[in-house]
Design a protein around this ligand. Structure first.
Ligand SMILES: N[C@@H](CCC(=O)N[C@@H](CS)C(=O)NCC(=O)O)C(=O)O
Ligand code: FES
Length: 238
């Protein structure tokens, strides 16, 4: 990250957090709850830095969610990234997930009333997607997705690898499958944007992890967790 502006603070203690917030109770602040292992948080950190530069009057607090668990808990942060916008100690709004346009709008709307700074177009704030196989046709991608889904009896499409998950949801499904004694192959969707977006369409499911059994889409973490609880998972695994 390049040199941070003076309204941008990395929080290292609850005391520092409270004292920064209390300095000026009229000031609008943006709390960015992030984690180093979550790729979308890396992209959103850039967006947050741009917002800090664009709105010098905005107090921007970078909070590493797991390291500052007391602060995270007090705002009920359950996933990263989560963004909380306050004026003093009053909640103005919240955005969950890597929603750059949503966050930009929330800040613009709230800063606008307070400071009348003209908001800029949202489109130039979108992070660039990671690279993928160039010139792959939809047919080729479809064929590749079916091959990947059939590479083993159980295939997990996840963020990162089973030994190095890059997201809490992926980490939890790996722990669950291991706990259930399920053998599985995996594919890291962070390495391939075509697979990432293609599977969302093919399986009509917007998130990862995605578990595939016998070539068929089964569900994400919540679904698989439910199936492990009620015995259905063992049943379809035969
Ligand atoms: N409730 C979901 C949680 C998974 C989730 O929300 N995943 C998000 C954040 S990791 C996701 O994959 N977003 C789309 C993307 O990153 O492409 C489940 O049961 O699997
Ligand atoms: S990568 Fe942020 S919640 Fe999964």
């Amino acid at each position: 990250m390049a040199a941070a502006p003076s309204n941008f603070h990395v929080i290292s203690s609850t005391e520092q957090f409270q004292s920064l917030l209390s300095q000026d109770l009229q000031r609008v602040s943006l709390l960015n709850f992030w984690a180093a292992w979550a790729a979308p948080c890396g992209q959103m950190n850039e967006v947050v830095l741009e917002l800090a530069k664009k709105y010098p009057q905005l107090l921007v607090l970078q909070i590493e969610a797991e390291a500052q668990s007391d602060i995270s808990e007090s705002f009920n942060v359950e996933a990263v990234p989560t963004f909380v916008v306050l004026q003093g100690h009053t909640l103005l709004g919240q955005v969950s997930g890597a929603d750059a346009p949503g966050l930009t709008k929330l800040i613009a709307d709230n800063i606008h009333g307070v400071l009348s700074v003209k908001p800029q177009s949202h489109t130039d704030q979108k992070p660039a997607p990671p690279s993928s196989i160039p010139n792959e046709t939809p047919e080729q991608l479809n064929e590749r997705l079916h091959k990947l889904m059939n590479q083993d009896k159980v295939v997990l499409f996840m963020k990162g690898s089973p030994d190095t998950p890059r997201c809490g949801f992926s980490r939890r499904i790996v722990a669950l499958l291991r706990d259930q004694g399920v053998q599985f192959s995996h594919f890291d969707i962070l390495m391939d944007e075509n697979v990432r977006s293609g599977l969302k369409v093919l399986n009509n499911w917007p998130t990862f992890p995605q578990l595939i059994i016998n070539g068929e889409f089964v569900g994400g973490l919540d679904v698989v967790h439910e199936m492990a609880e009620n015995g259905e998972l063992k049943e379809i695994l035969g």
